[in-house]
Design a protein. Structure first.
Lengths: 126, 426
């Protein structure tokens, strides 16, 4: 099974957020630990949401809004994709993250084709 | 619900911590069975305390310290340990030390090679192949006996017995808890890699039964392979095996049809191949190649798998390279099946006549007499050369050897088509 651990950092102003050397080295030790455990499939950190854009859909149209976004509260800062035997195992790994006060990691299982009913699988194959 | 999820949470901690814990304890008490018992005791203590005190900052170190303290406690009462101590007397006298003193001294200590030593121990040649697999999944994979038994379709009691006997064998043979000597390192590493690939293939070739458990075996073998690659970053064959497993696992979703029938490599829907695993496999192969030297059997097989993985359509396959890699593989690890694959690659690169010629030496091969792929490949090449009557005969022979119903139908269809073409020719 695969799980995505989605980091939602507690940052008040992401525009001038920059992590300390200490925090970065703690995080890279954590990433090493995931790799040494043979479970880390991939990971990425994301540029601030304010530098990105949002594409929203209504009335069959795509509407683009460029950042920064005023109402944004919970913003994704990065993710890890890991292999685990159970949700509890993924949660256990997430719990070990050297996260900062107020950070949140959301743990979500990744869909496999076999999770879908046969007709959905057939539609994906066509 | 609460009980079930707590059980899974405990299992998760066990799976993460137990291999290093058991390895560290084995180094001290010199008995892998006793080490496992102590590790389990520590886990039980953790389960009592953690819900109250919270999970400690470093659960691994906490468990190790607890297990060692526990060992000291038990040491004073337990006959088994006392006996063990007697066995070790000679060595300990030399050191002027007791197990107890050693335990106390080692509470803060961490040795990096412990896990690697445990891996070599689980795959020790003194054990049968089955025992190596069971012990590896149990001690390194942290799987429950019942899970391993289900995955290998044997009774739980049988598997439990196998593990008990394996531990006894290790103790009786006085297998040292140490890295192999330089002169036997290659052989011992091969044994470890063979065990991991065996576990992987057990999952990969699963055609019946509880498939999800079997797919878990592939993931587990991959995970253990990645752990080994982290511990031995300079070993090209370890990286080669990891690359091979990553690339093969990338096809897991594409190799079985909607009705559960196997789909052959060239017929698979390549859009369903897992790009992430392919990228990981190619990266591992590149690291193996960068280490220099000629590629070993696993890296060569990975390089062949990579040729297929890089081709977005079957006709894009670099068959020339596949043929060359099979040639290299045939020299390192000669086998009729490798020769057969080489002939297929040659046929794809240079045409059916060349492939047919490469098959000729295999016709008298005893081990291939009941292998349906030989006549089936031969039939295909003959048909492509317009020799339909001979082709029909080969397909008929293949039909008589094949087990899978879908493949059988495919071969029957081809035999019939050849018969029709042959009739037109005469």
């Amino acid at each position: 099974m695969r799980f995505m651990m989605i980091m939602i950092p507690n940052i008040s102003d992401e525009a001038d957020w920059s992590p300390s050397a200490e925090a970065v080295s703690a995080m890279s030790r954590y990433n090493d630990e995931l790799a040494k455990a043979g479970i880390l499939l991939s990971l990425d950190g994301l540029h601030p949401a304010g530098k990105g854009a949002r594409v929203s859909f209504s009335g069959g149209k795509a509407n683009v809004t460029d950042g920064p976004f005023t109402e944004a509260k919970e913003v994704i800062g990065g993710y890890w994709l890991i292999q685990a035997k159970s949700k509890q195992e993924a949660v256990e790994w997430a719990s070990r993250c050297p996260a900062a006060e107020g950070d949140v990691i959301e743990v979500r299982q990744v869909f496999e084709m076999s999770d879908f009913p046969p007709e959905v699988q057939a539609a994906a194959a066509s | 619900m609460a009980v079930a999820s707590e059980k899974l949470a405990i299992e998760a901690v066990w799976r993460i911590e137990s291999p290093v814990l058991i390895a560290g304890l084995t180094r001290i008490v010199r008995d892998v069975g006793l080490a496992e018992d102590l590790a389990q005791d520590a886990l039980v203590i953790a389960l009592e305390q953690w819900p109250e005190s919270g999970v400690p900052e470093n659960p691994g170190a906490w468990l190790m310290a607890t297990a060692k303290h526990r060992a000291i406690d038990v040491l004073r009462r337990n006959k088994r340990l006392a006996q063990k101590q007697k066995q070790l007397a000679g060595e300990l006298e030399l050191q002027g030390d007791s197990v107890e003193a050693r335990l106390e001294a080692s509470i803060e200590e961490q040795v990096g090679d412990d896990l690697l030593c445990l891996i070599f121990m689980c795959c020790h040649p003194v054990l049968s192949e089955q025992a190596r697999v069971a012990l590896t999944l149990r001690l390194l994979g942290g799987l429950r006996t019942e899970e391993i038994a289900r995955a290998f379709l044997v009774a739980e009691a049988t598997l439990a017995q196998r593990i008990v006997r394996a531990k006894r064998t290790l103790a009786e043979a006085k297998v040292p808890f140490a890295l192999p000597d330089v002169d036997e390192l290659g052989e011992r590493l091969s044994s470890v890699l063979a065990v991991l690939y065996l576990i992987f293939n057990e999952g990969y070739t699963a055609s019946a039964g509880e498939n999800w458990i079997r797919a878990d075996l592939c993931e587990e073998a991959l995970r253990l392979g990645r752990i080994l690659a982290e511990l031995t970053p300079q070993e090209p064959e370890v990286l080669g095996l990891v690359a091979l497993m990553e690339i093969q696992a990338s096809r897991l979703g594409a190799r079985v049809g909607a009705t559960g029938d196997p789909i052959l490599l060239l017929d698979q829907d390549r859009k369903r191949w897992d790009r992430l695993l392919i990228a990981r496999g190619l990266a591992a192969l590149e690291r193996a190649e960068q280490l220099g030297g000629s590629l070993g059997p696993y890296a060569l097989q990975a390089a062949i798998a990579a040729c297929h993985a890089r081709a977005s359509e079957p006709q894009d396959t670099d068959w020339l390279r596949v043929a060359a890699l099979y040639e290299a593989l045939a020299q390192l690890a000669p086998s009729p099946v490798v020769e057969l694959n080489r002939a297929v690659a040659l046929a794809s690169a240079f045409g059916p006549a060349v492939g047919l010629e490469a098959l000729d030496p295999l016709l008298g091969e005893a081990s291939l007499q009941n292998y349906h792929l030989l006549p089936s490949v031969r039939g295909d090449l003959l048909a492509r050369l317009g020799r339909f009557e001979e082709a029909q005969g080969e397909f008929q022979r293949a039909v008589s050897l094949v087990g899978n119903t879908r493949e059988r139908q495919l071969l029957l269809d081809r035999a019939a088509a050849c018969a029709w073409e042959a009739g037109r020719q005469s």
